[in-house]
Design a binder for this molecule. Structure first.
Ligand code: SAM
Length: 661
């Protein structure tokens, strides 16, 4: 677990890091220094004019108070009207994130930046290691905050050949105060991540830094430093090198996403549309139902919380960051006037049996996760949180809650539509995808649509119905959620309870409880026996409680089919052709990670987006953002190991390595 920075403010009011004994910015006009050293010496203003791309990417070592970020954002907003760049993407690394209270105080020094600082502070995340993607101004400005030591995070970044960074702000405390950071491995990684003509600027003129950057491939020179400082260093990488973190078998062919079809109308489709719209990309949505969210996204109340294990596994990392990202997205959408019923009332994971108790205790003892994200509570504390007497303690996730999945699916869709018009075809069952010279045609029962350059198959349990996707080993797990009348005591419940299933606070006089798990069924029929199972389970776990005793009748229920993979992770990315893939990467069978062929891509342009199980509300927002960023060759928000964990080739790669296929 990472720690927040320990800081104090010196007599000049400048924040000082105790562990480095150094100031975050200069005592005399830190803002002017930041602007001169990093912004001006990277020639950002000129480059926003003639970059030749829509998005400009700055990467920084040491986020600190965010002054460099805010200054870059401020000047990006002042760019001239004919600038070709419309999106600013700032990627920053921070070993010791400043606590939010210190951040607010530190940023008070800059009145001109106050409106931007306020937006930053509203979204500033808890000290969880890994990448936090924050978005501002409807996605025009993106901030990736990689919390943790930069040397731990650099190998985690997911990127392919040719890099993605346009300018480096090589900050960090002085090399003499922070020698661990200023290493050749940092300079090499900077070069690996850089695009053609990437630049760098750093306040230090230390000879070993300049030589190290030169060894990494940057042409460097000394220029006049800020104010009384004699010198600083700037550099350019003329040509991107050929290094990468993503191996060829997990690579993605870049797409322009010129004309986009989305099949399916659940939360994944809405999120995907939102990420496309904020990039000014339009799309057409096809849905077999008469409205959005009639499939697995249709419960009345869905719990939103991360599925965390005791260890920092790829799955836990996905869910932890997805949860924080999803909450930021939903909060943003709610704050811009789109309605969906929800309550950030927390979620209590209850230790209802010995296995759960041991699991919860293990997670609490390992302390992998920040206290603010999840922490242990005893039965007394749980009862106070829940506002009713509970027999168990467990784990509490205070930032979590519930929301109405269908309404939030609609709200995200509406927000996307407001940014860029979306065309919709409801009651349209796409049955076949056909490749033509000009793109993919979508054949419905009576009509043919297209051609489209790209088709995203977000059809939940139906995603494997096409010739091109039928090999995807998806299975459906039917689940039924029952609606039960609240009683006097149960009305008091203040938080979501998770036992083996879940039980929500009452909405309009009813609780949601469930859900059942029935493998290999694709039926959406409601069954009376499933209601009985849900009730019996709740009564078994809460048998002597006033809460259970006060409950009334089950009056209705909803059933849906969750789409799942055996490894319980979603799947997002370009659809592989199994035979082509296996022959190109046959060397994996021999344990060789080289000598690969180039697989033919007969399904190029078809992307699978499915397998969210019962966790789509949590994982769909960030996973779909990662997919869009990956396809467009942008900086990716998920780490390389999570990129691999959700990649469509993962099952093939695993089987090839084990020589099973
Ligand atoms: N750019 C910052 C700003 O605009 O406020 C000021 C940066 S401050 C001078 C240096 C920052 O680098 C500190 O926040 C420190 O915690 C961070 N840092 C130092 N060593 C690091 C490392 N190995 N990995 C990531 N961050 C590091």
């Amino acid at each position: 677990m990472i720690k927040n920075a320990q800081i104090h403010f010196n007599d000049a009011g400048t924040p000082v890091a105790d562990s480095f004994d150094d100031v975050y910015f200069s005592n005399d006009d830190g803002l002017a220094e930041s602007h001169y050293v990093f912004y001006t010496q990277n020639h950002i203003d000129e480059r926003l004019q003639n970059h030749g791309k829509d998005r400009f990417v700055i990467a920084e070592t040491g986020f600190g108070t965010g002054l460099n970020f805010l200054n870059a954002w401020y000047h990006f907003n002042q760019r001239s009207k004919d600038a070709c760049v419309n999106q600013l993407h700032f990627v920053s690394f921070e070993k010791y994130p400043i606590h939010i209270d210190d951040l607010v105080k530190a940023l008070q020094a800059w009145p001109t930046l106050a409106p931007l600082a306020e937006k930053l502070c509203q979204q500033y995340p808890m000290a969880l290691e890994g990448c936090h993607r924050l978005e501002f101004d409807d996605g025009q400005v993106t901030l990736d905050l990689w919390f943790g030591d930069i040397h731990d995070n650099l190998p985690q970044l997911s990127f392919e050949q040719a890099g993605f960074v346009d300018a480096w702000f090589l900050d960090g405390f002085a090399p003499s105060k922070n020698p661990d950071m200023w290493q050749q491995s940092l300079f090499d990684a900077m070069a690996n991540m850089s695009r053609d003509n990437a630049t760098l600027a750093t306040f230090t003129a230390a000879g070993f830094v300049r030589r190290g950057l030169q060894d990494a491939g940057f042409d460097c020179k000394k220029v006049k430093g800020f104010g009384r400082k004699r010198e600083m260093v700037i550099g350019t990488l003329n040509r991107a090198n050929k290094n990468y973190n993503t191996p060829a078998y997990y690579s993605t062919t870049p797409r322009k996403l010129e004309s986009i079809a989305i099949i399916g109308g659940g939360i994944a489709s809405s999120c995907l549309l939102y990420h496309l719209s904020k990039r000014n990309l339009g799309a057409t949505l096809f849905c077999q139902d008469d409205a959005l969210a009639k499939g697995a996204s249709h419960n009345r109340q869905g719990a939103l919380y991360p599925n965390l294990q005791a260890d920092h596994t790829p799955s836990s990392e996905l869910y932890a960051h997805s949860f924080l990202y999803a909450k930021r997205l939903y909060q943003h959408i709610a704050s811009t006037g789109y309605h969906f019923a929800h309550d950030w009332c927390g979620v209590l994971l209850q230790s209802v049996n010995e296995a759960k108790r041991a699991q919860h205790q293990n997670l609490a003892e390992k302390a992998t996760w920040p206290h603010d994200l999840i922490h242990a509570v005893d039965a007394k504390q749980a009862s106070v949180i829940a506002n009713t007497t509970l027999p168990y303690g467990g784990l509490y996730i205070p930032e979590a809650g519930w929301l109405n999945p269908a309404e939030v699916t609609q709200a995200v869709f509406d927000a996307a539509h407001a940014l860029k018009a979306v065309s919709t075809y409801f009651n349209t069952d796409i049955q076949k995808l056909e490749k033509t010279e000009s793109g993919w045609l979508l054949h419905g029962e009576d009509n043919t649509f297209g051609p489209f350059s790209d088709v995203f198959v977000c059809g939940g349990e139906h995603s494997d119905r096409f010739e091109q996707t039928k090999h995807i080993p998806l299975h459906g797990v039917r689940g039924q959620v029952s609606h039960i009348d609240a009683g006097e005591e149960s009305q008091k419940l203040n938080t979501v309870l998770c036992h083996k299933g879940y039980f929500t606070p009452a909405m309009n006089g009813q609780h949601c409880m469930g859900a059942t798990f029935e493998k290999n069924s694709k039926s959406r029929e409601v069954k009376a026996e499933d209601n009985a199972v849900n009730r019996a389970q709740l009564e078994r776990f809460y048998k002597d409680t006033d809460l259970a005793a006060s409950l009334g009748e089950i009056t209705s229920a909803k059933a849906a089919v969750r789409s799942c993979f055996n490894d319980h992770l979603p799947m997002l990315g370009q659809v592989q052709h199994n035979d082509e893939f296996c022959s190109a990467f046959a060397n994996l069978r021999k344990g060789k990670h080289y000598g690969f062929g180039k697989p033919a891509l007969p399904y190029q342009g078809i992307h699978i987006v499915t397998g969210f199980g019962a966790r789509g509300l949590c994982s769909a927002p960030l996973a779909t953002e990662h997919l869009v960023a990956t396809l467009l060759g942008e900086a990716r928000p998920l780490s390389e190991r999570v990129h691999q964990a959700i990649h469509p080739a993962r099952l093939l790669v695993r089987d090839l390595i084990r020589s099973k296929i």
